[in-house]
Design a binder for this molecule. Structure first.
Ligand code: TXA
Ligand code: MG
Length: 335
C-alpha cells in the first residue's frame, strides 16, 4: 500500500478515504492518532492490523460536536456534562456505558466506550467532514506515541492510506483517561488535564493502581492498554531516583559503559555522557511535550542504555512519570 502524505488543506481527500473504510493518521493536540470510521467494525479492524495492536485493547472515539456523543453512549451523567463543559475540546477522554451503535472492535467486547473531543483544528475539521473517528495513537504497538508526522511515517509507511501533516503536537503525551462507568470516577491514565483539575470540577476521583505501579500477575486491568509494555524505545531506559547531584554522579560514572542521559536542561553542563534534554525540572508541560520525541531520538542516535531522572508526580508530572516508568519497564534505581 502506498501511504499518501497530505497537508492541512487536503482534509476533503482524507475524509473520502475514511468514508471508503480506509485509515488516515491525523494530528491532535496530544499525539497523532490513526483514524477509521468508528461505526464501521471492519474499518476499525484495519487499525489493529496496521499497528499490530492486541484485539482486546479498546479504542477512543473522537467527536467534533457535543451532540455526537448521544450516538455513542447509552447515558450522559451529570459529572460527564461538567467535565465536557470544563475540558472539551481538549486532552480528556471520558469512559461511559456504550450505545449499541459501537462495534465490538472499538470497545474490545467491553460494555463501555471511551470518548474524546480533541481541540486540534485539523482533527476537528476531519471529523466534521467525515464521521466520529476511532483512533489510537498512530505508532506501532508498544513504541513511543508519535508527536509529529515523521514519527508516524517511520512507523506506518506502507501500512495505512494517508498521513495528514499538522506539525508538532502541543501536549505531547496522550489524553487523560477517566472512567465514569463505575461507582466512583477513576483516573486510568494521567495526561494534559490533571487529577487536581478533575477533582476541582467533580469532587472525588480515585487514581487507578496501574497508573503508578505494575499490575501484579493475574490482576485484571481497568484499562486493557495498561497491561502492555508501552512507550518503549529499543534503548534500555532506567529511572534513577534521587537528587540532581546523585543523578549526575551516577550517570557520569557509567560513561565507559556507553551510557546516555535524558536530563533536565539545567543539568546539561555537568554531564560527561551524551544527553537529550527534556526541559527544566519544574516544567512538566515541556517535559510532556518532548518526552516521546526524546525516546525516539535516543534510538536514532543508537544509544543502548539511557538513564532518566525520576520525575515528581504532582500536576502534569504524573503524566510524565506514568510514561517514563513504562518506558523503563518499571525499573527504578534509588540513589
Ligand atoms: O490522546 C489520546 O488519547 C490519543 C489521541 C490520538 O486521541 N489516543 C490514544 O489512544 O492515546 P490509545 O489507544 O493509544 O490509548 C487509549 C487508552 C488505552 O490504554 C485503552 O486501553 C484505554 O484508553 N481505553 C479505551 N477504551 C477503553 C474502555 N472502554 N475502558 C477502559 N479503557 C479504555
Ligand atoms: Mg497508544
Amino acid at each position: 500500500m502506498k501511504t499518501l502524505m497530505l497537508n492541512e488543506n487536503e482534509i476533503a481527500k482524507a475524509a473520502d478515504i475514511l468514508k471508503n473504510g480506509g485509515l488516515v493518521a491525523m494530528p491532535t493536540e496530544t499525539v497523532y492518532g490513526l483514524a477509521a470510521n468508528a461505526l464501521d467494525g471492519s474499518a476499525v479492524a484495519g487499525i489493529f492490523k496496521a499497528k499490530g495492536r492486541p484485539m482486546d485493547n479498546p479504542l477512543i472515539v473522537h467527536i467534533a460536536d457535543l451532540s455526537q456523543i448521544h450516538l455513542l453512549v447509552s447515558c450522559f451523567p451529570e459529572k460527564a456534562k461538567i467535565l465536557a463543559e470544563r475540558f472539551w475540546p481538549g486532552p480528556l477522554t471520558i469512559i461511559l456505558p456504550k450505545s449499541d451503535r459501537i462495534p465490538d472492535e472499538v470497545s474490545a467486547g467491553l460494555d463501555t466506550v471511551a470518548v474524546r473531543f480533541p481541540s486540534h483544528k485539523v482533527a476537528r475539521q476531519l471529523i466534521a467532514a467525515s464521521m466520529p473517528l476511532a483512533a489510537p495513537s498512530a505508532n506501532l504497538s508498544g513504541s513511543p506515541s508519535p508527536t509529529n508526522a515523521r514519527h508516524v511515517y517511520d512507523d506506518m509507511n506502507g501500512r495505512i492510506d494517508a498521513i495528514i501533516d499538522g506539525g508538532e503536537c502541543a501536549v505531547g503525551v496522550e489524553s487523560t483517561v477517566i472512567t465514569l462507568a463505575g461507582d466512583v470516577p477513576k483516573l486510568l491514565r494521567p495526561g494534559g488535564v490533571t487529577v487536581e483539575q478533575l477533582r476541582q470540577a467533580i469532587g472525588e476521583v480515585v487514581i487507578d493502581d496501574a497508573v503508578m505501579n505494575p499490575l501484579s500477575s493475574g490482576e485484571k486491568a481497568s484499562s486493557p492498554g495498561m497491561k502492555y509494555k508501552h512507550y518503549a524505545p529499543k534503548a534500555k531506559v532506567i529511572l534513577l531516583e534521587g537528587s540532581a547531584e546523585a543523578f549526575i554522579a551516577y550517570v557520569n560514572a557509567k560513561k565507559s559503559d556507553g551510557a546516555a542521559a535524558l536530563c533536565y536542561d539545567e543539568d546539561m553542563g555537568r554531564l560527561k555522557v551524551p544527553y537529550i534534554p527534556i526541559g527544566h525540572a519544574d516544567d512538566y508541560e515541556m517535559q510532556s511535550h518532548k518526552l516521546f520525541s526524546a525516546l525516539r531520538n535516543a534510538d536514532e542516535q543508537g544509544f543502548r542504555t539511557v538513564y532518566a531522572h525520576c520525575p515528581k508526580t504532582d500536576g502534569m508530572g504524573l503524566a510524565v512519570y506514568n510514561r517514563m516508568i513504562r518506558a523503563a519497564g518499571f525499573e527504578v534505581i534509588e540513589l
